[in-house]
Every structure is written in C-alpha cells, then in structure tokens.
Design a protein around this ligand. Structure first.
Ligand code: NAP
Ligand code: ZN
Ligand code: ZN
Length: 352
C-alpha cells in the first residue's frame, strides 16, 4: 500500500494572493483512488477570487487549480475505471456524500457535503488543487479526456467548459437558430460561444471590451457583438434574444441585459460577483422573463461534455504559460487581459 507522498506546487499564504513554491503531502492511495501526473492546469477567475479571499471562505495556505488534466500513473487496488497512461481530468469537486438526494440523482455538485478540489476540508486536512505536480482522487470524480483533444487546450473544459455546458443543456440553450447572448467574453464566455455555435445557435457577444469584437466574429464565429456600455447598441438589440448566459465576474447592472430578452426569455447567471445584484422587478415582470443560476455541472454531465468536445473538436482558446508566470497571469486576468484562458504548463515548468 502506498504512503503519503510529498507534492510540489504553488500556494498563496494569505489574502495578498501572492503565489510561491510550496510543498505539501498528498494522501496515500485509497482502494478506488486514481493518482495522476498533472500536465496542465487552467487558471479560472474563481482562483483569483479565492486567493484574495473575495468570498470570505479562503483557507491558507491555498494551492488553487480546478481545471486539472494529466496522465494516470497509479491506481488503488479496487480502481477499475482507468489504466496507467490514460488521459484524465479533475474539475471543481473531488468527493461528495454519495447518499443524499442530489448525489443519488446525479446532481452531486449540489451536495451539502461536497469536497472541493481545493480550499475544502476533508479528514481534518485542507484539499490542494492543480497548481501542483500530481493529484489523488477517487475514480468517481475523475473523468476521461478524449485522446484526440490536446491536454493543454482541454484543461479549461473541466470548469469553464462544464459551467456553461450544464446550464445550456438544462435550460434548452441548444436549439439551432435561437438567439443566444453571452455576457463577458472571458474563460467561461468564450466556451459558451463555442458551444452555442456547435449547437447551431445565433450567438451574440455582449462585452465591455470593443477590442474583442474582431476576434469574436472572425475567430469564434459570433453572429453579432454588442458593446454593453453603448446604450444605442443595447437599445437596438432590445427584445431580440431567447437566452442569455451571464459570465461576468464583477458587479454589473442586470436590467439592461434583461431588456435584451424576448418575452419568456431566460437569463442564467454563472458569473459570481462578490456583491449582491440589483434587480428592478419590473424588468422581469413586464416580459414574463426568468432569471436563474447554475453551478458547475455533475460528473456525468462533465463526461458527456468532454465526449461532445472530442466528437466535435471543441477546445478552449488558451495562452499557455510557465508556472512562474502565475502571479503575472493573475494580474492580467484581473484586467480581462487574456484570450481567453491562461493554462499553466505544469509538466514542463514546475520545478521539483
Ligand atoms: P474571466 O475570464 O475573467 O471572464 C469574465 C469576463 O467578464 C471578462 O473577460 C470580461 O469580459 C467581463 N467583465 C469583467 N469585469 C467586468 C465588469 N466590471 N463589468 C462587466 N463585465 C466585466 O472569468 P471566468 O473564469 O470566465 O469566470 C467568470 C465568473 O464565473 C467568475 O466570477 C467566476 O468565479 C465564476 N464562475 C462560476 C462558476 C459556476 O459554477 N457558476 C464556475 C466557474 C467560474 P468582456 O471583456 O467581454 O466584458
Ligand atoms: Zn472554475
Ligand atoms: Zn450528497
């Protein structure tokens, strides 16, 4: 039976959020555990919120990272799902109670006893994420990455991808020809554009960054691009959209976005600003509009999404950066200065 093994990574020691090399023990393999060498890890805006304790829940030292991919190196004696060398990934969660209604119905992301990949307590210890050399997790929470997908560009699928794919499936944002608005063209937003296109929807990007228009149209294939600060453009697009997915990380007004929806349209929030939203009731009442939220996606949905991406060649547009660029990457992510996801080249650049 294996023992606890020392693992190298990068951690934030306090709410200054500065990351630095750090060593910590990974657990000994349990019977149904999978150990994998991390090749790449995406940088999600959630990592940025958490290293700075923006949601008041941060535990230090913190090794962030929940868009983790790599190659299986070892299996517990009862682990059957994978073999050594398989391409695998872990997203935001590594365990749940497996017994509650949510777990039984395959919605384990809503389990009250969910164990996050990092910043979570399990057996008296704090879990540590994918800005590190290897990971150990129960096979139920490990997914298969299709062999035809490059691991670096597949990493962001584990959070950005599933966080938009799950509500798109759940709320019916999959119907070809429907008008689909995506607010915020960042990590989550650009994946929503890609899935919208793959489903045959007419995609409009609603952005604060006019500089993103050319690429949104020409590279991502968006049908339309609206600058949200331009009230004339917003007015022109009023009552044109069937669905809107809001991926914005900072506080922002919702009324102008809801006005873009047709009668019976739906706006789903996935972005998680650190301040409460302001919502004048009239904007949903005079239009019978719905406002909803959605949280990541289940393991079953994550595997379904990865298989869909494998079949349709959908991956993330990334900027691959070395491990010691992580603090600079965080600074740039804060300014929305990334197209569209930073991915850490862990395998090649994490020093042992
Ligand atoms: P990101 O890459 O930073 O993208 C966010 C985008 O929001 C930016 O690129 C920018 O797009 C827009 N934006 C930023 N500041 C804004 C402001 N003040 N007003 C209006 N728009 C602004 O972040 P991400 O990784 O996609 O994550 C987005 C949010 O989703 C974060 O809050 C994250 O914590 C949350 N999240 C939620 C879940 C979930 O399960 N619900 C899962 C993962 C992440 P433009 O330049 O186009 O305006
Ligand atoms: Zn995330
Ligand atoms: Zn549960």
């Amino acid at each position: 039976m294996s023992k606890e093994v020392e693992c190298g990574g990068w951690a934030a020691k306090d709410a200054s959020g500065v990351l630095a090399p750090f060593k910590f023990p990974r657990r000994a393999l349990r019977p149904t555990d999978v150990k994998f060498k991390i090749t790449h890890c995406g940088i999600c805006h959630t990592d940025l919120h958490l290293i700075h304790n923006e949601w008041g829940s941060s535990k230090y030292p913190m090794v962030p990272g929940h868009e983790v991919v790599g190659l299986v190196t070892e299996l517990g004696p009862g682990a059957k799902k994978f073999k050594v060398g398989d391409h695998v990934g872990v997203g935001c969660m590594v365990f749940s109670c497996l017994k509650c209604d949510h777990c039984k119905h395959g919605d384990e992301q809503y389990c009250d006893k969910l164990v996050w990949t990092y910043n979570s307590e399990e057996d008296g210890k704090i879990t540590m994420g994918g800005y590190s050399g290897f990971l150990v997790a129960d096979e139920k929470f490990v997914v298969r990455v299709p062999d035809n997908l490059p691991l670096d560009a597949a990493a962001p699928l584990l959070c950005a991808g599933i966080t938009v794919y799950s509500p798109m499936k759940h709320f019916g944002m999959t119907q070809a020809g429907k008008n689909f608005g995506v607010v915020g063209l960042g990590g989550l937003g650009h994946m929503a554009v890609k899935f919208g296109k793959a489903f045959g929807m007419k995609v409009t990007v609603i952005s604060t960054s006019p500089s993103k228009e050319k690429e949104a149209r020409e590279v991502l294939g968006a049908h339309n691009f609206i600058v949200s600060k331009d009230s004339a453009q917003m007015k022109k697009a009023a009552k044109t959209m069937d669905y809107i997915l809001d991926t914005v990380s900072a506080p922002h007004p919702l009324d102008a976005l809801l006005e873009l929806l047709k009668i019976d349209g739906k706006l789903v929030m996935v972005g998680l600003p650190d301040k409460p939203l302001e919502l004048p009731a009239g904007v949903i009442i005079f239009g019978r509009r719905s406002l909803a939220g959605s949280f990541i996606g289940s393991i079953r949905e994550t595997q379904d999404m990865l298989d869909f991406c494998g079949k349709n060649n959908v991956t993330s547009m990334i900027e691959l950066v070395p491990m010691d660029y992580v603090n600079k990457a965080m600074e740039r992510l804060r300014k929305s200065d990334v197209k569209y996801r930073f991915v850490l080249d862990v395998e090649k650049t994490l020093k042992p």
